[in-house]
Design a protein around this ligand. Sequence first.
Ligand code: Z5A
Length: 218
Amino acid sequence: MSTGVGARGKFITIEGIEGVGKTTNLQWVRQCLSEQGLEVVTTREPGGTPLAEQIRELLLTPRDDVMDATAELLLVFAARAQHLASLIKPGLQAGKWVLCDRFTDATFAYQGGGRGLDQDTICTLESLVQEDLRPDLVILLDIQPELGLSRARRRSKPDRFEQEAVAFFSRVRQAYLRRAASDPERYLIIDAGQPLADVQRNIHNGLLDFCRRSGGAI
Ligand code: Z5A
């Protein structure tokens, strides 16, 4: 499918708590879009560029000195500013579809819901760093924290976030669900506790609907 000469590409993000299957399903979303002839760039946050990947290391590596929550918030947005300037905006302007593993919804969920930082402060930073750019579609994979954590802990050694307790991930999950409820047109909520084939069928159907609504064909 052509996005048309000069048309901005679409910006799709995939979100959810630990162990929800973002990495697995990101590849599926990419495949669904690529099969339609769309040029898709996949990336992730925090990260996506060399500098932003270095900030990711700072954020994820477990450490003895506790990271201040505001320092964490500013690092997340510093990485995002670089990512937007170097990769996301140029990609969209070139008509590519940018598919990002986490974005600012994660900041509202983890730093807002999880850490309890003020939502208005996050909104201010969002406007400063992104101006009016927001994802066109957020695929929110939803799962009970206990199930997500059990999947994640089977997979690898816990990073700094994965060391948090279930209560933290419950607050993160609720913050995601509140955001989705406040803007349902822009969020595709998927029950990620189902078998993978069902999750992927629902994602595919949601993408079909999004492409129809946004004037594309899939
Ligand atoms: N963070 C933040 O605080 N603020 C911000 O603004 C941003 C991020 C942007 C890094 O994220 C951390 O940064 C993140 C929040 C913080 N930390 N946490 N928590 P990340 O995205 O890199 O970290 P992650 O959550 O660990 O993502 P991940 O590696 O993509 O894991 P995943 O979502 O759990 O995906 P997975 O590896 O595809 O799936 C996990 C396992 O479950 C795996 O073995 C799969 O085979 C299995 N799986 C997947 N789907 C299914 C189904 N349906 N059934 C059964 N098993 C399944």
